[in-house]
Design a protein around this ligand. Sequence first.
Ligand code: FAD
Length: 346
Amino acid sequence: MGLEGARVTVVGAGVVGLSAAHDLAAAGATVLVVGDRAAHEGVSGVAGGLWFPYRVTTPPGADDVLLRSRARFEELADRPGTAVTVRAGTVVERTAAPDRSWTAAAIGPREARADELPAGAASGVRASLPVADTPHYLRWLRDRCGHLGVVEQRAQVHDLDATAAATAADLVVLAAGGRSGELVADPDPGHPVGGQVVRLRNPGLVEWLLDEEDPAGLTYVIPRGEDVVCGGTADPWPATTAVDPGVQEQILRRVVAAVPALAGQDVLGAAYGLRPARATLRLGPVPGGAVPVVACYGHGGAGLTLSWGCAEAVVRFAAALLGPRTADRPGPPTGSGPVDDLPQFV
Ligand SMILES: Cc1cc2nc3c(=O)[nH]c(=O)nc-3n(C[C@H](O)[C@H](O)[C@H](O)COP(=O)(O)OP(=O)(O)OC[C@H]3O[C@@H](n4cnc5c(N)ncnc54)[C@H](O)[C@@H]3O)c2cc1C
């Protein structure tokens, strides 16, 4: 609570925008989400669904975003309709000093034994992490937003001030993923990192596997419900977003080598998506707008992973920018929030 009476327009209906909309509405705001396509039609629909901070850097001061997000997903795990579970799995390491910062937010991380690792691995970590069956999860998230009164409008935004005026917003949240940099001044508008996945019928797997440094190429296996998402690739500025059958064959060879039970499983689908990468996640107020603007973009390969922690941060920024609101006192005049006093997190 705390945003009663505030009108917030969220630009972008991907997993990040919808999660922010959910928490803003839960805090009492009247929320409109404007996006030019539905969450499952964009890269949010391609996400494998594993909670893991892949190809993302959180800015200083935003360390709790990862932990809060993991905690929120854990709360959702196994609740009917959410399609979220907590599953054990292995991160394979092949370098002398692997980055284990993610383990601070993981559930029960421990050193993997040699017999739990593939040949050639230097070390590894076993942990339990949330996994969302993304298409079902996004449907649940949209439904939850609907229950909270969030309205979704299909439209393209060309100018944030004009959109704020047209929607009578007190505050705008910019969550337009990889295209956010087109709508605000940003010295680092980010860059796309393409990724291809193939979905196989699940032969009964329950454990995920992530081997970023597999010499044969990026390898991950994420069992969800009926399917297993198998990846992958990480192509900065890809020339095309079409699924490449040759690359799919290579992915299949790698995942079968890592998890032999996947051999011969039916291919259920394949997809290519653009991760909205940026040097660091942009999370915080953007000065200069006709109304206060909170940016939330640049989630790289971890939009789902960071979604709830970012949503909570967006609510905190919104509350600080709009000030205390009561029926008698609807907060400071539009656009006068204390942008300069807040951490910028950019
Ligand atoms: C192969 C692959 C696997 C992945 N696996 C995982 C994973 O396992 N776990 C994980 O956490 N992440 C994963 N990711 C990353 C994840 O998909 C992204 O980080 C996440 O989807 C970004 O969400 P978003 O809401 O910021 O962006 P988007 O999903 O792109 O949503 C932004 C929305 O804004 C809208 N928009 C943009 N500009 C405008 C405009 N001007 N007007 C109106 N609307 C606009 C678009 O329609 C878009 O739908 C994966 C990505 C790929 C490619």
